[in-house]
Write a protein of this length. Structure first.
Length: 708
């Protein structure tokens, strides 16, 4: 009977010895990881010596030694930051020490460059010394934490070794008792717990921590079994804590992106097994959350995220999973739905709940959300497709006004792909100059004399043909391509206007000194700090007088940053260019800026002009605009004149200038030059257009051009 016990004791000893070796090996590896930290501490201390030598004695060799030490310190920081620390505190301390070191390097550059300035030298030297001491202190803390972990591992190894000796002693003690006792029942009562203990040790070795060793009696083996069971419980709890850290968002304690993707993968797998299983994904993005962060601060923003997470959980009613993907983005996985209406009803409830005010630290905050919905079924096998489509639907909701939801359909993805391709093509089109500037005449309505042109841009795609501005201009605005595009258009227009002045009409009596070309400016162009300098440079290189250039701006562009816009407009006015307010009446129409800003011209939007012949309200609005402009001594140009009746009404209202297809559609530069000379049109010519599928003729185009 001693042989089985001896074998069990030896096996237990071998098993425990292996565990002890693992702990000691972990401690040795941790000790090796502290070597770079020790070296970094030493180098940080050493770096102060050449730095002070250089600043005190002006020794350039000290500067070289400091730069060399800086290179080694940077390399050690990179090596240490790549280390997988067990505790997040170590990562934070290393990052803080690295930030202090970066500030030391920045200050050293300032100090080296201002050695002759005692005031700068003294202040920055004190700051540098403080940063150096703080960096060393932070790395000392990292070193202390690392050695604490080593000490803990060694202590655990010692504890396990002690338990091992206790187990071995217990086993051999029991063996002596069993050897003396000849009672079979006593032998059986000892062998059974030992067998259970052996099986328990095997399960624990396989990381099966839910297994429990049965305790049949309160003896040494029972205590040993209880010890192993307690160890298993502690390890299981530690693993659960670690799992929570991996799968839960630290702020809201909601499942994070990784956990959400796992549950989404389970739902996708289930659809492949059960064709009747359906689910829905709701991608939620808070509208204007950045404004709240910027205005009230990040602590209030975090409180808002917690409150939103709580309301989303309340709306779910245990019907699925709510997760925070990051920032102000949340996602909901709605399980086992029977129809799409369930997802829609949930989105409606969320909208209504989020519309209620949030009371956060004395602030009343309102927020809304844009929601993208995608319905999951057997056609989805890739998680990326689901999240991408939900994201596309969410951005469609934002584009359609925010505070709403959109359900994904295949056309959205097609449009997104087409939009991306169109953006790529537009970048190449600007670089390859595939775009063309066209010119629509602006005439005096009373005499039909040509007063100038409005420059418009057209894109002739090599594969898709002509692409309307309403399709590519918003893309250019969104991507920032409008800035290089706008500068290119401005340069082309100014250059062409100068060509007309010098080549088309060469005789002195045909001078185009008072001829004006109009160019539209976008919101993003107005935000450029060097816009005035750019325009002045273009006028200079093209040799065009500023009086021949009119810049058109929309109401929304002016009001988006009114203080900045006011300063900019007066700078442009000082440059000598004319300023026009485009699409007047369609934006905010705040009359105060008409009085306070140097606006020369109002352009009445075509939406008003189209209805003046049959809608009395629109006629009265146009009349009021003209009276207002006259009172403020501002010129008016009516846009979109297409019929002789509209032309007649505007003349009766004493509107001086206009443009539209009645006079001429936009023309290329050559055709526009011919219009200037009067070679392309005659008084008997009749233009026709097709509108609403009906062919109709316009009145004869009788320009009677004045030769400026």
């Amino acid at each position: 009977m001693l042989l089985p016990l001896l074998g069990l004791g030896i096996g237990t000893y071998v098993c425990l010895e292996e565990i002890v070796q693992n702990f000691e090996h972990t401690a040795r590896e941790a000790e090796l990881e502290t070597l770079p930290i020790t070296r970094l501490q030493r180098l940080l201390v050493q770096s102060s010596i050449p730095l002070h030598d250089t600043l005190a004695n002006g020794d350039s060799r000290g500067r070289d030694r400091f730069l060399k030490l800086s290179q080694e310190i940077n390399e050690l920081f990179i090596e240490i930051r790549r280390t997988s620390f067990d505790k997040s505190q170590e990562k934070v301390l290393v990052q803080m020490a690295y930030q202090e070191w970066q500030e030391i390097q920045a200050l050293s550059v300032v100090l080296f460059n201002h050695q002759q300035n005692p005031q700068v030298l003294q202040a920055d030297l004190q700051r540098l010394t403080h940063c150096l001491e703080k960096s060393v202190q932070l790395m000392d803390q990292v070193y202390t934490i690392a050695h604490q972990e080593i000490a803990e591992n060694l202590a655990q190894a010692q504890t396990v070794k002690q338990h091992g000796y206790l187990i071995i002693a217990t086993v051999f003690s029991l063996g002596l008792v069993i050897a003396v006792s000849v009672a079979l029942q006593l032998a059986r009562s000892i062998l059974q717990p030992l067998q259970a203990l052996k099986e328990g040790i095997h399960h624990f070795g396989q990381n099966q921590l839910t297994h429990r060793i049965p305790v049949s009696q309160a003896d040494e083996l029972g205590e040993l079994a209880n010890t192993f069971n307690l160890m298993a419980v502690n390890l299981e709890q530690s693993q659960q804590t670690l799992k929570n850290l991996i799968n839960l968002d630290t702020l809201t304690q909601l499942p994070n992106r990784a956990c959400f993707l796992e549950r989404l993968a389970e739902a996708v797998d289930r659809t492949q097994q059960d064709e009747n299983f359906l689910f829905a994904v709701l991608f939620i993005d808070l509208d204007r959350f950045k404004l709240i962060n910027d205005s009230l601060g990040h602590p209030i923003g975090d409180q808002l995220l917690l409150a939103v997470a709580d309301r989303l959980n309340q709306q779910m009613r245990n019907e699925g999973t709510v997760a925070r993907l990051g920032g102000d983005e949340f996602a909901i996985l709605l399980h086992n739905i029977t129809e799409s209406e369930e997802a829609i009803h949930l989105a409606d409830r969320i909208k209504a709940d989020l519309a209620k005010p949030f009371h956060l630290s004395g602030h009343q905050v309102f927020i809304s959300a844009s929601i993208g919905i995608v319905l999951g079924n057997q056609k989805y096998t890739w998680l990326d497709d689901l999240l991408r489509n939900a994201d596309i639907a969410m951005y469609r909701a934002k584009a359609n006004g925010k505070a709403r939801y959109e359900i994904f359909d295949a056309s959205m993805h097609t449009q997104a792909v087409q939009r991306l391709q169109l953006e790529t093509d537009l970048r190449w089109a600007i670089e390859r100059e595939e775009l063309e500037v066209v010119y629509q005449p602006i005439v005096a309505l009373k005499t039909r004399q040509l007063m100038g042109f409005e420059a418009l841009v057209r894109w002739h795609h090599p594969e898709q043909g002509s692409i309307p501005p309403r399709e590519f201009i918003p893309i250019a605005e969104e991507t920032g391509l409008i800035i290089p595009l706008g500068l290119w258009v401005l340069r082309e227009v100014c250059q062409q206007a100068r060509i007309w002045q010098t080549q088309v009409l060469k005789a002195p009596q045909n001078s185009l000194d008072s001829f004006i070309v109009s160019v539209n400016l976008s919101v993003k162009q107005l935000m450029q700090a060097d816009l005035v300098d750019q325009i002045a440079h273009i006028l200079q290189i093209t040799n065009l007088s500023a009086s021949n250039l009119r810049l058109e701006l929309t109401e929304s562009a002016l009001l988006e940053n009114s203080c900045f816009s006011r300063t900019l407009l007066f700078q442009l006015k000082a440059l000598g260019v004319s300023l026009a307010l485009d699409d007047f009446g369609t934006g905010y129409s705040a009359l105060s800026y008409l009085h306070n800003l140097p606006i020369d011209t109002l352009k009445i939007d075509r939406s008003f002009i189209h209805q003046i012949t049959f809608d009395l309200k629109h006629l009265k609005i146009v009349q009021a605009m003209l009276m207002l402009a006259k009172a403020l001594n501002i010129n008016v140009i009516a846009e979109g004149i297409e019929t002789a009746e509209q032309h007649l009404y505007l003349k009766r209202l004493q509107c001086k200038y206009g443009q539209g297809f009645l006079f001429s559609p936009p023309q290329n530069a050559k055709a526009a030059g011919a219009i200037i000379t009067g070679a392309s049109l005659s008084n008997s010519r009749v233009a026709s257009t097709r509108k609403g599928g009906v062919q109709r003729k316009r009145a004869p185009i009788l320009y009677g051009y004045q030769r400026f």
